[in-house]
Write a protein that binds this ligand. Structure first.
Ligand SMILES: [Zn+2]
Ligand SMILES: [Zn+2]
Length: 384
Protein backbone atom coordinates (compact mmCIF):
# COMPACT_ATOMS: atom_id res chain seq x y z
CA UNK A 1 0.00 0.00 0.00
CA UNK A 2 1.20 3.50 -0.78
CA UNK A 3 0.68 6.16 1.91
CA UNK A 4 -1.23 9.21 0.65
CA UNK A 5 0.78 11.51 2.87
CA UNK A 6 4.45 10.43 2.84
CA UNK A 7 4.30 8.32 -0.35
CA UNK A 8 6.11 5.40 1.31
CA UNK A 9 5.20 1.83 0.49
CA UNK A 10 3.81 0.55 3.77
CA UNK A 11 1.91 -2.51 4.99
CA UNK A 12 -1.88 -2.29 4.93
CA UNK A 13 -3.34 -0.60 7.96
CA UNK A 14 -5.57 2.13 9.28
CA UNK A 15 -2.48 4.23 9.98
CA UNK A 16 0.75 4.65 8.02
CA UNK A 17 3.52 2.96 9.99
CA UNK A 18 6.10 5.43 8.67
CA UNK A 19 4.47 8.84 9.15
CA UNK A 20 1.49 7.96 11.36
CA UNK A 21 -1.10 9.55 9.09
CA UNK A 22 -4.65 8.21 9.05
CA UNK A 23 -5.14 6.28 5.83
CA UNK A 24 -7.95 6.20 3.34
CA UNK A 25 -10.70 8.63 2.57
CA UNK A 26 -12.92 7.73 5.50
CA UNK A 27 -11.23 9.88 8.11
CA UNK A 28 -13.27 10.00 11.31
CA UNK A 29 -12.94 13.76 11.51
CA UNK A 30 -10.27 16.42 11.22
CA UNK A 31 -7.02 16.35 9.30
CA UNK A 32 -5.76 12.86 8.36
CA UNK A 33 -2.13 13.84 8.60
CA UNK A 34 -2.22 15.46 12.02
CA UNK A 35 -5.13 13.21 13.23
CA UNK A 36 -5.64 15.13 16.45
CA UNK A 37 -8.54 12.86 17.41
CA UNK A 38 -5.92 10.11 17.91
CA UNK A 39 -3.26 11.24 20.38
CA UNK A 40 0.00 9.62 19.22
CA UNK A 41 1.04 8.40 22.68
CA UNK A 42 -2.45 7.07 23.52
CA UNK A 43 -4.56 6.70 20.39
CA UNK A 44 -7.73 6.00 22.37
CA UNK A 45 -7.83 9.67 23.38
CA UNK A 46 -8.14 13.02 21.65
CA UNK A 47 -5.13 15.32 21.83
CA UNK A 48 -7.22 17.91 23.70
CA UNK A 49 -8.19 15.63 26.59
CA UNK A 50 -6.77 16.88 29.89
CA UNK A 51 -5.88 13.45 31.19
CA UNK A 52 -3.13 13.38 33.83
CA UNK A 53 -1.73 9.89 33.47
CA UNK A 54 -1.67 9.45 29.70
CA UNK A 55 0.02 12.87 29.44
CA UNK A 56 2.66 12.80 32.17
CA UNK A 57 3.19 9.00 32.15
CA UNK A 58 3.35 8.56 28.36
CA UNK A 59 5.06 5.15 28.27
CA UNK A 60 2.32 3.24 30.05
CA UNK A 61 -0.02 0.89 28.21
CA UNK A 62 -3.75 0.62 28.92
CA UNK A 63 -3.57 -1.80 31.85
CA UNK A 64 -0.69 -0.07 33.57
CA UNK A 65 -2.43 3.30 33.28
CA UNK A 66 -5.34 1.86 35.24
CA UNK A 67 -3.00 0.49 37.92
CA UNK A 68 -1.48 3.95 38.36
CA UNK A 69 -4.91 5.60 38.46
CA UNK A 70 -5.96 3.17 41.18
CA UNK A 71 -2.76 3.73 43.16
CA UNK A 72 -3.27 7.51 42.94
CA UNK A 73 -6.91 7.21 44.00
CA UNK A 74 -5.93 4.94 46.90
CA UNK A 75 -3.31 7.50 47.96
CA UNK A 76 -5.91 10.30 47.91
CA UNK A 77 -8.32 8.13 49.91
CA UNK A 78 -5.55 7.54 52.44
CA UNK A 79 -4.97 11.29 52.74
CA UNK A 80 -8.72 11.82 53.27
CA UNK A 81 -8.78 9.20 56.03
CA UNK A 82 -5.77 10.78 57.76
CA UNK A 83 -7.43 14.21 57.46
CA UNK A 84 -10.73 13.00 58.92
CA UNK A 85 -8.83 11.33 61.75
CA UNK A 86 -7.11 14.65 62.48
CA UNK A 87 -3.66 13.30 61.65
CA UNK A 88 -2.74 16.40 59.66
CA UNK A 89 1.05 16.01 59.84
CA UNK A 90 0.81 12.48 58.44
CA UNK A 91 -1.62 13.69 55.76
CA UNK A 92 0.83 16.45 54.73
CA UNK A 93 3.67 13.94 54.42
CA UNK A 94 1.60 11.51 52.32
CA UNK A 95 0.41 14.41 50.12
CA UNK A 96 3.95 15.63 49.51
CA UNK A 97 5.24 12.18 48.55
CA UNK A 98 2.25 10.77 46.63
CA UNK A 99 2.86 11.95 43.04
CA UNK A 100 6.71 11.94 43.19
CA UNK A 101 6.69 8.34 44.48
CA UNK A 102 4.22 7.27 41.78
CA UNK A 103 6.53 8.83 39.22
CA UNK A 104 9.53 6.98 40.60
CA UNK A 105 7.59 3.70 40.23
CA UNK A 106 6.66 4.73 36.69
CA UNK A 107 10.30 5.38 35.77
CA UNK A 108 11.17 1.85 36.95
CA UNK A 109 8.11 0.35 35.30
CA UNK A 110 8.75 1.85 31.85
CA UNK A 111 12.57 1.75 32.25
CA UNK A 112 12.76 5.17 30.66
CA UNK A 113 16.35 5.40 31.88
CA UNK A 114 17.34 2.18 30.05
CA UNK A 115 20.70 0.95 31.42
CA UNK A 116 21.59 4.00 33.49
CA UNK A 117 19.08 4.25 36.36
CA UNK A 118 21.44 5.94 38.83
CA UNK A 119 22.63 8.71 36.50
CA UNK A 120 19.19 9.44 35.05
CA UNK A 121 17.34 9.39 38.37
CA UNK A 122 20.11 11.43 40.02
CA UNK A 123 20.04 14.15 37.39
CA UNK A 124 16.24 14.36 37.12
CA UNK A 125 14.37 13.50 40.32
CA UNK A 126 17.45 13.94 42.55
CA UNK A 127 18.55 17.14 40.81
CA UNK A 128 15.03 18.52 41.16
CA UNK A 129 15.14 17.86 44.90
CA UNK A 130 18.49 19.69 45.25
CA UNK A 131 17.23 22.69 43.23
CA UNK A 132 14.02 22.61 45.27
CA UNK A 133 15.92 22.75 48.57
CA UNK A 134 18.19 25.62 47.47
CA UNK A 135 15.44 27.68 45.84
CA UNK A 136 12.87 27.19 48.61
CA UNK A 137 15.36 28.08 51.35
CA UNK A 138 16.42 31.21 49.42
CA UNK A 139 12.79 32.17 48.82
CA UNK A 140 12.04 31.94 52.50
CA UNK A 141 14.96 34.21 53.32
CA UNK A 142 13.87 36.79 50.70
CA UNK A 143 10.15 36.73 51.34
CA UNK A 144 9.16 38.18 54.78
CA UNK A 145 9.59 35.02 56.80
CA UNK A 146 8.08 36.75 59.86
CA UNK A 147 4.66 36.88 58.27
CA UNK A 148 5.14 33.46 56.83
CA UNK A 149 3.11 30.99 58.81
CA UNK A 150 4.89 28.01 57.35
CA UNK A 151 2.15 27.18 54.92
CA UNK A 152 3.19 28.23 51.41
CA UNK A 153 -0.42 28.25 50.27
CA UNK A 154 -1.83 30.59 52.90
CA UNK A 155 0.21 33.69 53.58
CA UNK A 156 -0.88 36.20 56.15
CA UNK A 157 0.67 39.24 54.48
CA UNK A 158 -1.35 41.07 51.83
CA UNK A 159 0.68 43.48 49.72
CA UNK A 160 1.49 44.31 46.14
CA UNK A 161 5.15 43.68 46.85
CA UNK A 162 4.39 40.30 48.30
CA UNK A 163 2.17 39.46 45.37
CA UNK A 164 4.90 40.43 42.90
CA UNK A 165 7.37 38.18 44.69
CA UNK A 166 5.06 35.20 45.20
CA UNK A 167 3.05 35.55 42.00
CA UNK A 168 5.69 36.71 39.52
CA UNK A 169 9.30 36.58 40.66
CA UNK A 170 9.20 33.12 42.26
CA UNK A 171 7.38 31.35 39.39
CA UNK A 172 9.73 32.82 36.77
CA UNK A 173 12.84 32.00 38.83
CA UNK A 174 11.57 28.47 39.50
CA UNK A 175 10.85 27.78 35.84
CA UNK A 176 14.33 29.03 34.92
CA UNK A 177 16.07 26.83 37.52
CA UNK A 178 14.02 23.62 37.58
CA UNK A 179 15.11 22.36 34.12
CA UNK A 180 18.83 22.70 34.97
CA UNK A 181 19.42 19.17 36.34
CA UNK A 182 17.96 17.54 33.22
CA UNK A 183 20.06 19.89 31.05
CA UNK A 184 23.27 18.63 32.60
CA UNK A 185 22.37 14.96 32.18
CA UNK A 186 25.76 13.58 31.01
CA UNK A 187 24.47 10.82 28.73
CA UNK A 188 21.58 12.78 27.28
CA UNK A 189 22.55 11.84 23.71
CA UNK A 190 21.35 8.31 24.58
CA UNK A 191 17.87 9.78 24.99
CA UNK A 192 17.20 11.77 21.83
CA UNK A 193 13.40 11.53 21.79
CA UNK A 194 11.29 14.47 22.90
CA UNK A 195 9.16 12.07 24.94
CA UNK A 196 12.30 11.28 27.00
CA UNK A 197 12.88 14.99 27.57
CA UNK A 198 9.29 15.39 28.73
CA UNK A 199 9.62 12.56 31.26
CA UNK A 200 12.97 13.84 32.57
CA UNK A 201 11.50 17.31 32.99
CA UNK A 202 8.45 16.01 34.82
CA UNK A 203 10.73 14.01 37.14
CA UNK A 204 12.84 17.10 37.89
CA UNK A 205 9.71 19.18 38.49
CA UNK A 206 8.30 16.59 40.88
CA UNK A 207 11.61 16.40 42.78
CA UNK A 208 11.40 20.17 43.15
CA UNK A 209 7.78 19.95 44.26
CA UNK A 210 8.66 17.40 46.95
CA UNK A 211 11.47 19.54 48.39
CA UNK A 212 9.32 22.69 48.21
CA UNK A 213 6.45 21.00 50.04
CA UNK A 214 8.58 19.49 52.80
CA UNK A 215 10.48 22.74 53.46
CA UNK A 216 7.35 24.89 53.09
CA UNK A 217 5.46 22.80 55.62
CA UNK A 218 8.46 22.05 57.85
CA UNK A 219 7.40 24.46 60.59
CA UNK A 220 3.85 23.11 60.49
CA UNK A 221 5.15 19.56 60.63
CA UNK A 222 7.36 20.33 63.63
CA UNK A 223 4.91 22.56 65.52
CA UNK A 224 1.59 20.88 64.86
CA UNK A 225 0.54 18.32 67.46
CA UNK A 226 0.14 14.86 65.98
CA UNK A 227 -3.61 15.05 66.37
CA UNK A 228 -5.63 18.23 65.65
CA UNK A 229 -9.13 19.18 64.54
CA UNK A 230 -9.34 18.65 60.75
CA UNK A 231 -10.56 22.22 60.06
CA UNK A 232 -9.99 23.63 56.57
CA UNK A 233 -6.87 21.62 55.91
CA UNK A 234 -8.57 19.62 53.18
CA UNK A 235 -8.14 22.46 50.65
CA UNK A 236 -4.44 22.90 51.27
CA UNK A 237 -3.99 19.14 51.26
CA UNK A 238 -5.66 18.90 47.84
CA UNK A 239 -3.35 21.57 46.43
CA UNK A 240 -0.37 19.88 48.02
CA UNK A 241 -1.20 16.34 46.88
CA UNK A 242 -2.60 17.08 43.41
CA UNK A 243 -2.37 20.51 41.83
CA UNK A 244 0.99 21.77 43.06
CA UNK A 245 3.01 18.68 41.97
CA UNK A 246 1.09 18.49 38.68
CA UNK A 247 1.85 22.15 37.96
CA UNK A 248 5.54 21.85 38.86
CA UNK A 249 5.94 18.58 36.93
CA UNK A 250 4.00 19.69 33.83
CA UNK A 251 5.67 23.08 33.51
CA UNK A 252 9.20 21.68 33.74
CA UNK A 253 8.26 18.71 31.55
CA UNK A 254 7.15 21.06 28.81
CA UNK A 255 10.25 23.27 29.10
CA UNK A 256 12.65 20.30 28.99
CA UNK A 257 10.70 18.77 26.08
CA UNK A 258 11.20 22.07 24.25
CA UNK A 259 14.94 21.97 24.96
CA UNK A 260 15.01 18.45 23.51
CA UNK A 261 13.21 19.74 20.40
CA UNK A 262 15.74 22.56 20.13
CA UNK A 263 18.59 20.02 20.26
CA UNK A 264 17.00 18.20 17.34
CA UNK A 265 16.93 21.49 15.43
CA UNK A 266 13.15 21.60 15.60
CA UNK A 267 12.46 24.80 17.51
CA UNK A 268 9.29 26.38 16.12
CA UNK A 269 6.38 28.51 17.22
CA UNK A 270 4.75 25.55 18.91
CA UNK A 271 7.81 24.98 21.11
CA UNK A 272 8.34 28.65 21.99
CA UNK A 273 4.62 28.80 22.78
CA UNK A 274 5.16 25.84 25.12
CA UNK A 275 7.79 27.66 27.18
CA UNK A 276 5.60 30.79 27.32
CA UNK A 277 2.64 28.64 28.32
CA UNK A 278 4.60 26.93 31.12
CA UNK A 279 5.82 30.22 32.62
CA UNK A 280 2.47 32.01 32.24
CA UNK A 281 0.58 29.06 33.71
CA UNK A 282 2.88 29.02 36.72
CA UNK A 283 2.44 32.79 37.21
CA UNK A 284 -1.35 32.48 36.87
CA UNK A 285 -1.37 29.56 39.31
CA UNK A 286 0.70 31.28 42.01
CA UNK A 287 -0.62 34.83 41.59
CA UNK A 288 -4.23 33.66 41.21
CA UNK A 289 -4.01 31.47 44.30
CA UNK A 290 -2.52 34.35 46.27
CA UNK A 291 -5.16 36.88 45.15
CA UNK A 292 -8.03 34.47 45.77
CA UNK A 293 -6.69 33.72 49.26
CA UNK A 294 -6.32 37.43 50.05
CA UNK A 295 -9.85 38.21 48.92
CA UNK A 296 -11.02 35.25 51.03
CA UNK A 297 -13.33 33.75 48.44
CA UNK A 298 -14.60 30.25 48.99
CA UNK A 299 -11.56 27.97 49.06
CA UNK A 300 -13.26 25.70 46.55
CA UNK A 301 -12.79 28.41 43.89
CA UNK A 302 -9.05 28.29 44.48
CA UNK A 303 -9.04 24.58 43.70
CA UNK A 304 -11.16 25.12 40.58
CA UNK A 305 -8.75 27.84 39.42
CA UNK A 306 -5.75 25.57 39.99
CA UNK A 307 -7.45 22.65 38.23
CA UNK A 308 -8.28 24.80 35.19
CA UNK A 309 -4.66 25.92 34.85
CA UNK A 310 -3.24 22.42 35.25
CA UNK A 311 -5.77 21.14 32.69
CA UNK A 312 -4.77 23.78 30.13
CA UNK A 313 -1.10 22.97 30.71
CA UNK A 314 -1.71 19.24 30.19
CA UNK A 315 -3.51 19.89 26.90
CA UNK A 316 -0.63 22.03 25.61
CA UNK A 317 1.87 19.30 26.53
CA UNK A 318 -0.18 16.77 24.56
CA UNK A 319 -0.38 19.13 21.58
CA UNK A 320 3.41 19.58 21.71
CA UNK A 321 4.21 15.89 22.20
CA UNK A 322 1.70 14.70 19.60
CA UNK A 323 3.31 16.77 16.87
CA UNK A 324 6.80 15.91 18.11
CA UNK A 325 6.01 12.18 17.93
CA UNK A 326 4.62 12.54 14.40
CA UNK A 327 7.61 14.62 13.38
CA UNK A 328 10.29 12.42 14.93
CA UNK A 329 9.04 9.12 13.58
CA UNK A 330 12.29 7.84 12.19
CA UNK A 331 12.23 4.68 10.14
CA UNK A 332 13.13 2.14 12.82
CA UNK A 333 13.07 -0.75 10.38
CA UNK A 334 10.15 -3.12 10.10
CA UNK A 335 9.99 -5.29 13.18
CA UNK A 336 7.57 -7.68 14.76
CA UNK A 337 6.28 -6.39 18.05
CA UNK A 338 3.19 -6.20 20.21
CA UNK A 339 1.51 -2.81 20.29
CA UNK A 340 1.38 -1.60 23.92
CA UNK A 341 -1.84 0.27 23.20
CA UNK A 342 -4.05 -2.14 21.23
CA UNK A 343 -2.08 -5.35 22.07
CA UNK A 344 -2.12 -6.54 18.46
CA UNK A 345 0.84 -8.43 17.04
CA UNK A 346 2.08 -6.05 14.39
CA UNK A 347 4.85 -5.59 11.89
CA UNK A 348 5.62 -1.94 12.21
CA UNK A 349 8.21 0.78 11.83
CA UNK A 350 7.32 4.01 13.62
CA UNK A 351 3.58 3.70 14.29
CA UNK A 352 1.15 0.89 15.01
CA UNK A 353 -0.72 0.37 11.72
CA UNK A 354 -3.79 -0.69 13.67
CA UNK A 355 -4.27 2.07 16.30
CA UNK A 356 -1.68 4.67 15.29
CA UNK A 357 0.36 4.68 18.50
CA UNK A 358 3.84 6.19 18.11
CA UNK A 359 6.14 3.31 19.05
CA UNK A 360 8.88 5.68 20.26
CA UNK A 361 6.55 6.17 23.27
CA UNK A 362 6.45 2.41 23.97
CA UNK A 363 7.95 1.09 27.22
CA UNK A 364 11.61 0.16 26.91
CA UNK A 365 10.92 -3.55 27.41
CA UNK A 366 8.78 -3.53 24.26
CA UNK A 367 11.37 -1.55 22.31
CA UNK A 368 13.99 -4.13 23.30
CA UNK A 369 11.67 -6.95 22.27
CA UNK A 370 11.37 -5.69 18.70
CA UNK A 371 12.40 -8.52 16.40
CA UNK A 372 13.64 -7.29 13.02
CA UNK A 373 11.62 -8.77 10.19
CA UNK A 374 13.95 -11.22 8.46
CA UNK A 375 13.29 -11.24 4.76
CA UNK A 376 15.34 -14.38 4.05
CA UNK A 377 13.47 -17.70 4.14
CA UNK A 378 15.49 -18.86 7.16
CA UNK A 379 13.82 -17.46 10.26
CA UNK A 380 16.00 -16.88 13.32
CA UNK A 381 14.12 -19.51 15.29
CA UNK A 382 14.90 -22.15 12.68
CA UNK A 383 18.62 -21.50 12.73
CA UNK A 384 19.06 -23.03 16.15
ZN1 LIG B 1 2.78 7.85 5.54
ZN1 LIG C 1 -1.77 -0.49 18.27
Amino acid sequence: MRCDHCSSDVPDGVFCTRCGAHQGTTVEFGDAKTREHRYAAHPGEHVAQPSVFTTLFPHLGHHKIHEFRWAFTAGLAGILVLYLAGLISAAILVSAFLVPVLYLIYLYEAQVYRDEPAIVLGFTLGGGIVVGIVVTVLERIIYNPLQYNGNPFSNAGVSIGGLLIVGLLMPVAQEALKPLPALFLPNRSDFPETVDGLVFGVAAGLGFSLAEALIGFSSVLTSLPAHVAPGNWIYDLTTLAVFSPLLQGSATGMIVATIWRYRRGRLGGREIGGVAMAVLAHIAFSAGTQVLKDTSVNALFILIWQAAIVGALLIYIRYLLHHALLDEAAHMGYAETVCPSCHMHIVASGFCPNCGMALTAAPNSIKRGRRPRVESPVQPAEKR
